[in-house]
Design a protein around this ligand. Structure first.
Ligand code: CA
Length: 636
């Protein structure tokens, strides 16, 4: 067990990223292991033959092992193995394999420059004039494109998101054009690194998995390429996708899963340096904070460095614009701060946020972990807000209602989420956990648990379809007017259903696909989402960006109606085109009446309709809010 091993992360050490460096005249190899007595590279002429050359590696004083092979080694494959305690480990592609054979079994030696699509050097992150103007849309490669109604040719592939001008059979924009029309700023893609649960040799068979089972962290998933047998193909096509999204003005967030590996002994982290990269229980078994059989040890110096180098590699080599950390609560806070600092050196606008929880208790002191409660200790790292989620639609662990589906007891918790879970007005609504409001990821649904339509169906069992549509819009309104960072689960705008399945990680495409035909059927709902995104993005008042400004400009007007929230953002001269913004949310089946400050107002949303350009004007200070709907007013 190596948990106490002191490893100094000093800049003079080789980078883990430099594991295999190709040159026309020679290729160098560098691996780290403090416990190996011998290490060697197995060099193969192709991806499958057993015949190979063996190259012994030499250890330096810092426990890095090196070899240098003369000649052009391009298109050969390699694995590494280590000898300790009298046995050789299983072969593995190194922990930083950047190009891999089918199913990630061997690493490939390639010239990375040849993976760049045309125009790649000119590729730039889309401009972000305002760092708080963020609307993230989460999707999975297959969910977004597999439907026959998507109009997309390269279904389920990276190339699907390079296709322009695609439409549904009725002529509504789909694919990348749909994202532009909807007005989102960031696309968060479920795991796109090489994962293990899909057999890349049988892609013609029914094949669906979310992909939270990492094998090679630094190579793209082969199942999303048009040829998983060609190690350069998946890299080039992943870059083509990012390039096309950037051209469309959309930034790309990668879902990263450093908290566990698919299994231990099947993965490089487990094979090359046994036990080191994982947290162990005292009895010698693997700790399991992920609920997937193991948890990695970000607190160990080289695991921390691995994570820092890995995100930086994706940001530089692939131009990735953000990272969503799966079960971030398994990682320690210091690692997240170091990741933030390293990304800041590349580009401070790169996003970092994650799940501030774990599946089970990690084997590390709670107060040091990157749990939601400690978000304020990790500046500019965000955490998903189960607070606003549960408050608006109810918890995923029961079928209770939320504020938007008629539960007035959730009113205070909604207000907490609207302020971005900061210390607002001496913690009026609850103890703040976000140092700044943008660290609060406002959302109601994501790939986990019920999608919104199914969640509302589960609790609002007696309401009409019309009422449930109103609840849906009201719930998403709460997300879109919150001072936190906005996150929407892809397909909610098209009224997706997973037929009541709340964990669709390996359900067939028929459950997971976004139903593009709904763009016509539920065009009213889609329009509401699009307009609400427009309203949010047009008004800085909804994303003031700092705890200080939220405390200065946000107020909640008192009302005796427990089902009504009156959220006002005032004194906006110099900040917003509006003098003030008022959002009245009525979470009940009764019409609500309220008094607001007198003024000249443009109506932005009313009676479950919304329009960023306005829907007429009103004066005075008496308003009514229709059942299960928001009234949003812009004061001139
Ligand atoms: Ca794979």
């Amino acid at each position: 067990m190596l948990t106490a091993l002191a490893v100094t992360a000093c800049t003079r050490q080789p980078r883990l990223e430099d594991e295999c460096l190709y040159g026309h005249k020679a290729t160098s190899f560098t691996f780290w292991s403090p416990v190996a007595e011998q290490m060697e590279v197995c060099l193969y002429p192709d991806a499958t033959s057993t015949e190979h050359e063996t190259i012994a590696l030499k250890k330096d004083k810092q426990n890095f092992w090196h070899a240098y092979i003369n000649g052009d080694q391009a298109s050969k494959y390699y694995t590494v193995r280590s000898y300790q305690n009298g046995t050789w480990s299983e072969e593995a592609p190194g922990i930083f394999a950047k190009a891999v054979s089918v199913n990630g079994a061997r690493a490939a030696i390639i010239n990375m420059a040849q993976t760049n699509p045309e125009g790649w050097t000119a590729d730039q992150r889309p401009a972000m004039p305002d760092m708080t103007d963020i609307v993230v849309y989460e999707t999975h490669m297959r969910d977004f494109t597999m439907s026959n109604y998507s109009g997309i040719t390269n279904k389920g592939k990276f190339l699907a998101l390079t296709e322009e001008g695609t439409t549904t059979p009725e002529g509504f924009a789909s694919g990348i054009d749909h994202l532009k029309e909807l007005g989102i700023t960031h696309l968060q893609i479920l795991p796109m690194f090489d994962y293990g649960s899909i057999d890349e040799t049988t892609l013609d068979k029914r094949n669906y998995n979310w992909g939270y089972d990492p094998v090679n962290y630094n190579a793209p998933e082969g199942g999303y390429s048009t040829d998983p047998y060609d190690p350069t193909c998946r890299i080039r096509e992943a870059k083509q996708m990012i390039q096309a999204l950037h051209k469309a003005g959309i930034r790309v967030v990668m879902d990263v899963v450093y908290n566990h590996t698919y299994n231990v002994m099947g993965c490089s982290l487990g094979r090359v340096v046994p036990e080191y990269f994982y947290r162990m229980n005292e009895d010698g078994t693997y700790a399991n904070g992920s609920g997937c059989g193991n948890e990695t040890a970000s607190d160990h110096a080289m695991m921390r460095r691995f994570m820092v180098e890995s995100v930086c590699y994706w940001a530089k080599e692939y131009h990735v614009d953000g990272f969503r950390f799966d079960l971030m609560g398994i990682h320690d806070q210091e690692t997240m701060r170091q990741i933030r600092a390293a990304l800041d050196e590349i580009d401070p606008t790169i996003l970092t946020y994650g799940e501030g929880w774990a599946a089970m208790a990690p084997a590390y002191p709670y107060e040091e972990l990157a749990m939601k409660q400690w978000t304020y200790k990790m500046p500019r790292v965000g955490a998903f807000s189960d607070d606003i989620r549960n408050a608006l639609i109810g918890s995923p662990f029961d079928h209770e209602r939320g504020f938007a589906s008629g539960n007035s007891r959730c009113r205070q918790a909604v207000c907490f989420g609207l302020t971005g879970a900061i210390n607002y007005n001496d913690n009026q609504f609850g103890e703040g956990w976000a140092g700044e409001p943008m660290q609060h990821v406002s959302y109601i649904t994501c790939h986990d648990n019920y999608c919104l339509r199914d969640r509302i169906d589960a609790s609002a069992t007696t309401e009409t379809e019309d009422t449930k549509h109103r609840m849906n819009k009201l719930a998403q309104t709460g997300v879109l007017v919150s001072q936190g960072m906005t996150f929407i689960y892809g397909g909610e705008e098209l009224f997706r259903t997973k037929l009541g399945i709340d964990n669709s990680y390996q359900s067939p495409d028929s459950i997971n696909i976004i139903p593009w035909e709904n763009k016509k059927t539920y065009h009213d709902l889609y329009t509401y989402y699009r307009q609400m995104i427009g309203i949010r993005r047009a008004h800085k008042g909804f994303h003031l960006g700092s705890a200080e400004l939220v405390n200065e400009h946000v107020e909640f007007i008192e009302t005796d109606n427990e089902s009504l929230i009156i959220y006002r953002i005032k004194d906006l001269e110099g900040i917003d085109s509006a003098k003030s913004l008022i959002v009245l949310m009525n979470g009940s089946a009764e019409v609500a009446e309220a008094e607001i400050p007198a003024g000249n107002y443009t109506i932005l949303a009313k009676d479950a309709q919304a329009n960023a350009k306005g829907m007429g004007t009103m004066e005075g200070n008496n308003v009514t809010v229709e059942p299960y709907s928001a009234l949003i007013l812009e004061e001139h």
